[in-house]
Design a protein around this ligand. Structure first.
Ligand SMILES: Nc1ncnc2c1ncn2[C@@H]1O[C@H](COP(=O)(O)OP(=O)(O)OP(=O)(O)O)[C@@H](O)[C@H]1O
Ligand SMILES: [Mg+2]
Length: 434
């Protein structure tokens, strides 16, 4: 942009000077022709050569004062005036090799050659070029500054809109773009259209959530009833094969019940998951998750949790989140230690779960957080699951203002949960108030 401004400034300066130079030459030609006409008037065609020479010499003396030289030729022969002035080859005016302007005017009395030095005009031209360059450059720079300010002003509402669109919450897009208009018809119209589109998206999202929540709700009661009935009948005396098959059905029902509960959490809007805002101790969460494991699994889980780490949120959901991550580590790494580490990191706490299993390939690290996505390895090895756990983990982390991601690890999987830390000062103030 700056180069264009400078280039156009240079171009306009050169053009201005060229136009000025042409009109300067025109004026000089007019002056020279005027002098020739004057000599023509003083020397009629019939005047004898001696008298004509006298007039031409007198005229030369007069025009010399104005920086001109003049000479009269008849039939190609010099008659009078400045004898050093050579006759031109053709009618009209031209600039000679020595930088003089010379005109030949053919009159009844003969051909008048008249010339003047362009040195003064040339220095005027240089001055003019310098001034035009300076003026054009200044105008270019001013234009550049002005256009920068104008484009920044025009871009501001677009920039604001871009930031608002970037901040759209994927869970509740309808609440985006709340800000009023910027006073620019075009961006206001764009904002309104985007707002309408996001509202429609929000409605579609809510509908599918309602559908999933209703379906899960409808399944919850009959599944619970079936499980209770089966448990009751299992208490009676039954043949071994019936007992085995009942056990399998009961396990499947247990899994289905757990899936329905998880689907209900997934279908709930993030807002409703943000409900409880109690101070939750991370060491308590980790201990509760460990305690709920069967003894063999518990032996594999090691924990290193910094004392006094708290986050603000829902203890139950945070436990569900960690249960899923630890459950995955135990399930996908059939042997080896699973380590849970929690530490403060500025305003955040990081909860890291590592295992010694096959790990998650970089190409899968995003998609494993999609509901019902399972990696090809998990499917091929027949590891049980529905692909819902990590979607739940990501949702609960997000509801708490945090994030979940798989990071590089020397071996096995390394899942990093980042949550906003409930700072001790804030926590103590709340405790005092209670
Ligand atoms: N620790 C891990 N090591 C290797 N792969 C993992 C690990 N954790 C998750 N994955 C991969 O991510 C996928 C999604 O995990 P997610 O917990 O959502 O589903 P799942 O455990 O297969 O089923 P569900 O949790 O519903 O029982 C898994 O199928 C697996 O491919
Ligand atoms: Mg899982």
């Amino acid at each position: 942009m700056a180069a264009t401004a400078v280039l156009s400034a240079l171009l306009s300066a050169v053009l201005t000077t060229a136009i000025a130079w042409t009109s300067l030459l025109d004026r000089e030609d007019e002056r020279l022709r005027g002098a020739a006409q004057t000599l023509g008037l003083e020397v009629p065609a019939a005047m004898d050569e001696a008298t004509a020479r006298g007039h031409a010499d007198d005229e030369q003396a007069e025009v010399a004062v104005a920086g001109m030289r003049i000479a009269l030729y008849r039939a190609g022969a010099f008659v009078g005036g400045d004898a050093s002035l050579r006759p031109s080859a053709a009618e009209g005016c031209r600039t000679t090799g020595r930088g003089w302007r010379q005109c030949r005017v053919t009159l009844p009395t003969g051909a008048v050659e008249v010339t003047s030095d362009l040195a003064a005009a040339r220095s005027q031209r240089s001055l003019l070029l310098g001034a035009a360059l300076l003026a054009a450059l200044l105008a270019g720079l001013a234009g550049l500054g002005l256009s920068g300010a104008v484009s920044a002003r025009i871009a501001r509402p677009l920039q604001r809109l871009r930031e608002e669109v970037a901040a759209v919450d994927a869970d509740a897009p309808g609440r985006a773009l709340p800000g009023g208009g910027d006073g620019y018809a075009e961006t206001d119209a764009l904002r309104a259209s985007l707002g309408e589109m996001l509202s429609r998206l929000d409605e579609a999202l809510s509908q599918s959530r309602r559908f999933a929540a209703n379906a899960a709700h409808e399944l919850r009661t009959p599944l619970g009833t079936m499980q209770a009935e089966l448990e009751l009948s299992a208490e009676g005396v039954l043949p071994e094969e019936v007992r085995d098959s009942q056990g399998r059905v009961l396990r499947t029902l247990g899994g289905l019940n757990a899936l329905v509960e998880r689907l209900l959490i997934l279908a709930a809007p993030v807002e409703s998951l943000r409900g409880a805002r109690e101070a939750v101790s991370l060491s308590d969460v980790v201990e509760e998750v460990r305690a709920a494991l069967d003894p063999a699994a518990r032996q594999r889980v090691r924990s290193a949790v910094d004392e006094g780490l708290h986050v603000r949120g829902d203890a139950l959901l945070l436990r569900v989140m960690l249960e899923n991550v630890v459950g995955n580590a135990l399930k996908f790494a059939p042997s080896g230690a699973v380590t849970v580490r929690a530490e403060a990191d500025g305003d955040a706490v990081t909860l890291e779960v590592t295992d010694e299993g096959p790990g998650v390939a970089p190409c899968d690290r995003q998609r494993v957080f999609d509901a019902f996505y399972r990696s090809a390895g998990a499917r091929a090895e027949g590891v049980r699951g529905h692909g819902v756990g990590l979607a739940l983990v990501a949702r609960i982390a997000r509801a708490h203002g945090g994030s979940a991601a798989f990071e590089d690890a020397p071996a096995g999987a390394r899942l990093l949960l980042r949550l906003p830390r409930w700072a001790p000062a804030e926590r103590d103030a709340t405790m005092r108030a209670l």
